[in-house]
Design a protein around this ligand. Structure first.
Ligand SMILES: Cc1cc2nc3c(=O)[nH]c(=O)nc-3n(C[C@H](O)[C@H](O)[C@H](O)COP(=O)(O)OP(=O)(O)OC[C@H]3O[C@@H](n4cnc5c(N)ncnc54)[C@H](O)[C@@H]3O)c2cc1C
Ligand SMILES: *[C@@H]1O[C@H](CO)[C@@H](O)[C@H](O)[C@H]1NC(C)=O
Ligand SMILES: *[C@@H]1O[C@H](CO)[C@@H](O)[C@H](O)[C@H]1NC(C)=O
Ligand SMILES: *[C@@H]1O[C@H](CO)[C@@H](O)[C@H](O)[C@H]1NC(C)=O
Ligand SMILES: *[C@@H]1O[C@H](CO)[C@@H](O)[C@H](O)[C@H]1NC(C)=O
Length: 721
């Protein structure tokens, strides 16, 4: 189940589980599969598992399947029908085809399984040699006397003390570990009802004319419900055994109970007496019971919390269940799987207290809500009427079945980790969590070893070609969005075509791409308070890879478009030629010749020396502070309306030693040419390239070539206001 390979070298957690019931064993399996070292301490010898069956509805059965257990292989029977008879005259009240309904609604079937077979299978999966992870160690006859929630340690009756990273209290309704939770010293109490439980071979019922009708429909959960007592019957073990629960007021069988355990033997005569008014067919059924067990149905006040320090309670230890919704075992399995989902291999022991807080958030409300449904479902009709409560079985079933504790908890963990990392970035699509990108390579922190290794094996490099030329302010100012103006009062303006090829980009797994854009210099932006920022405006940027186009448009508001970009530069001196095209249609060409070495000079944000200042004429323009662009996001379905529209500013970066050009060449021999084609040849770019083609070029100022290590990730880009 482990899918966090980034941490595959971390040590497994040492997890101690108290109790090897359905909850404890399920937890052992799920945690073992996550790669942890698990030890289970069980008071009994596990030799006398009771004969009884339990429900595994879609919500629990799906989890067992995920763990690798298909209960149909161990004799589970699919529940196909729910049938209710009137208790006294034995008439059919209703029969629902739950399989036909369920197959349309639930991803996993509703199974009825013999408890002993389920328990044996879980034990084998937890402790056997097969399966993912290391087998859990099961210590039988090891009764836990004390649990220390701060140190995740337990003391056994014989005085042995064991310490782990996490303690899981799965010790059932009479839990010992529960008292270690502050405010958790709760005692289960008699709910007012008790149950006789027994199994009868299906054949014995089918071959008796008085009882044959009741077992005619295989796969049926069958009930006879009277005011304050009911008989519930369902099949298990490949349909060879019928499981019975005969619920009745505790006070009518009280005298027979000596202890409080599961194995209490009841009196058959007492049972027959309690159900004496039921239809003869029902009495004929229960007459066949041999040694019915008598089981007091215990309830308990809700725990204030399931966790403390390094202790997490699961199953009946956390929330003892009445049997009326068949969810007691299922909720124990959900708890177990939820806990494991929150502890992938690589979880540090220090993280455990936080992780089990998420466990509690995932489980507390749901298990208590199902418990409340269960209580309501077990109430007598007059009791319900008195309390004004309604029994909406469909609502209960939808809530109970509609859950996958693994998926739910994985998502809760993901959301929690995201919330803890302020640098997490989200982009569309949102469905798959945070998106990696240039400003969050591989979705990891820059100090992560994977990033470091990539950078070391292949450093990021950039090669820039730029051509700065004289142009017309009166033309270029038409390209400026609202708020922008030229700084200089005259009609002479400066612009550059700049192309860059990148390689070794960490965020692209070591690959590269190219881009090329029109930059308009000498621009200012007036803020609402009248103050101004000075810089260069990026009007359009072509890139030859979708990923930076998407991230740049979404995260930086940059005007990025796709084009093929071909850079021909042989020998790195001399001449170079850059072509821009779209589906084979060439629309732009930049040619630079006679590049020569020059003295390293002050370089501005787009790779040019500052223009000479002072002398006669207009006052010198303020120095450029960075790069502008303009975000524009149209509203869906409302042409002309916007979701976002604002100026973005990227302050000029402090020169970084690593980004220093290792090589700089310059020349005055260069040309820039755009050809707009038509709407057929450049259907989506024609308007843009037409605009570029019309940019007047009154003379080349300078062309430059620089090559160096490192590229800015533009994290500093911000909305102006
Ligand atoms: C024998 C039995 C029969 C059941 N029959 C039904 C049924 O027919 N229908 C139904 O709906 N529900 C039944 N339940 C309840 C239902 O199975 C539970 O809701 C569900 O099993 C909860 O699982 P659990 O693992 O939390 O607790 P349990 O299954 O109760 O397991 C707890 C385990 O912890 C062990 N333990 C307890 N104290 C200590 C200690 N101090 N040190 C070490 N080990 C300890 C116990 O021996 C036991 O093995 C039964 C439970 C049991 C134990
Ligand atoms: C149930 O039946 C299947 C096949 O019909 C068989 O393989 C399996 O052993 C049976 N299980 C039990 C517990 O009898
Ligand atoms: C548990 O840890 C605390 C410190 O957190 C320590 O003071 C205490 O002695 C420990 N208890 C046991 C039983 O080891
Ligand atoms: C900046 O822009 C304004 C237009 O709002 C313009 O009038 C002004 O001269 C520009 N230059 C400077 C130096 O602010
Ligand atoms: C090339 O330009 C980019 C900005 O587009 C810049 O981040 C990079 O440092 C420049 N590289 C060199 C070697 O000048």
């Amino acid at each position: 189940m482990n899918d966090d390979d980034a941490h595959s070298t971390s040590r497994p957690l040492h997890i101690l589980i108290v109790g090897a019931g359905i909850g404890g064993l399920s937890a052992a399996i799920a945690l073992r599969q996550q790669g942890h070292d698990v030890e289970i301490y069980e008071q009994s010898k596990l030799s006398q598992e009771t004969g009884a069956a339990i429900h595994l509805a879609s919500n629990a059965n799906g989890l067992l399947r995920r763990l690798g257990l298909r209960v149909e292989d161990i004799g589970a029977v699919e529940c196909t029908h729910v049938t209710e008879y009137l208790p006294y005259n034995g008439e059919l009240k209703y029969q629902i085809d739950v399989k036909t309904i369920g197959d349309k609604l639930w991803a996993h079937p509703w199974h009825l399984v013999h408890r002993a077979h389920l328990h044996t299978a879980l034990r084998e999966m937890a402790t056997g040699p097969d399966g993912k992870g290391n087998p859990a160690k099961l210590h039988l006859g090891s009764r836990v006397k004390l649990a220390d929630q701060e140190n995740a340690s337990i003391t056994l009756e014989d005085g042995t003390r064991v310490q782990g990273d996490l303690l899981v209290g799965a010790d059932g309704v009479h839990s010992r570990t529960r008292v270690s939770i502050p405010g958790g010293d709760k005692k289960p109490f008699d709910s007012g009802k008790s149950a006789f439980r027994f199994l009868i071979p299906t054949e014995a019922l089918a071959s008796d004319t008085r009882t044959a009708a009741a077992v005619a429909k295989p796969g049926s959960l069958t009930m006879w419900i009277a005011e304050d007592r009911r008989v519930v019957m369902y099949p298990c073990l490949n349909n060879t055994l019928m499981n019975f629960i005969c619920i009745h007021p505790s006070k009518e069988s009280e005298t027979d109970i000596t202890g409080g355990g599961w194995q209490e033997t009841g009196s058959k005569d007492r049972m027959l007496d309690i159900f004496k008014d039921f239809h003869p067919s029902v009495k004929a059924i229960i007459e066949k019971a041999e040694e019915p067990k008598l089981w007091k149905l215990l309830d308990m006040e809700p725990m204030p919390t399931f966790i403390s320090g390094r202790l997490a309670l699961i199953g009946d230890a956390a929330h003892p269940f009445l049997p009326h919704q068949g969810q007691g075992g299922g909720q124990a399995i959900e708890d177990a799987v939820s806990l494991a989902a929150l502890l992938p291999l690589g979880t540090s022991p220090d993280d455990i207290p936080d992780r089990i807080k998420i466990y509690e958030e995932c489980r507390f409300e749901r298990s208590h809500k199902i418990q409340e449904f269960t209580r309501t479902a077990g109430k007598d009709a007059t009791e319900l009427a008195k309390e004004g409560k309604k029994l909406d079985m469909m609502e209960y079933q939808l809530y109970n079945f509609n859950h996958d504790a693994w998926d739910y908890s994985k998502n809760a963990l993901q959301k929690s980790l995201e919330a803890q990392d302020p640098k997490t970035r989200f982009r569309s699509p949102l469905s798959f969590g945070p998106s990696p990108g240039p400003r969050r390579p591989l979705g990891l922190d820059p100090s992560h070893p994977t990033i470091q290794a990539l950078r070391k094996s292949k450093p990021e490099t950039s090669t820039n070609y730029s051509v700065r030329f004289k142009s017309s302010r009166t033309y270029l100012q038409n390209l400026l969005p609202p708020g922008f103006a030229f700084t200089s009062p005259g009609t002479l303006a400066f612009a550059s075509i700049m192309c860059t090829t990148l390689d070794g980009m960490t965020w692209l797994g070591g690959g590269g791409y190219s881009y090329c854009g029109l930059y308009i210099h000498g621009v200012n932006y007036t803020k609402r308070d009248g103050s101004k920022i000075y810089g260069t405006f990026l009007s359009v940027l072509f890139e030859n890879l979708a990923d930076p186009i998407i991230t740049g448009r979404a995260e930086l508001g940059m005007p990025k478009l796709f084009a093929d970009i071909d850079v021909q530069h042989h020998g790195e001196g001399g001449d170079c030629s850059i072509s821009l095209s779209w589906r084979g249609e060439l629309f732009g060409k930049v040619e630079i010749s006679k590049l020569e070495k020059e003295e390293r000079a002050a370089v501005n944000s787009v790779g040019h020396s500052e223009p000479p200042q002072g002398g006669p004429g207009p006052p010198p323009s303020p120095p450029e502070q960075g790069l502008f662009c303009y975000r524009y996001v149209p509203a869906v379905g409302e042409p002309g309306k916007v979701d976002a529209e604002y100026a973005v500013f990227l302050p000029k970066a402090e020169p970084q030693p690593s980004a220093d050009p290792s090589e700089t060449l310059a020349t005055k021999v260069a040309s820039v040419k755009f050809e707009a084609g038509d709407w057929q040849s450049l259907p989506t770019l024609h308007n843009i390239v037409k605009g570029l083609a019309e940019v007047p070029i009154y003379g080349i100022e300078e062309a430059r070539f620089t090559k160096g290590l490192g590229v800015e990730d533009l994290t500093a880009a911000k909305r102006v206001e």
